[in-house]
Design a protein around this ligand. Structure first.
Ligand code: ZN
Length: 77
């Protein structure tokens, strides 16, 4: 497959537009408990921790982890 200059330019743009402050699963997991605590406290967790929220929107694994944790802590509360 030969790369057209336009396609190449498009690829570069996609790479550059990837947010440098995006977090990965490890970091998300590290902060997940705090995120859940904020949620349970009725605070706007998405606003307080936008990067975690952002990751949860895109990552199914972390989303499931979040929901499981939320369920457990709610049961304990
Ligand atoms: Zn993840």
């Amino acid at each position: 497959m030969k790369l057209e200059p336009a396609a190449l330019k498009q690829m570069v743009r996609v790479v550059l537009s990837t947010r440098p402050d995006e977090i990965g699963c490890d970091e998300c997991m590290d902060q997940l408990e705090r995120f859940v605590e904020l949620t349970l406290a009725g605070k706007n967790a998405a606003e307080a921790m936008p990067l975690v929220h952002d990751h949860l929107e895109r990552c199914r694994d972390c989303r499931e982890e979040f929901e499981a944790l939320l369920k457990v802590l709610r049961a304990l509360a």
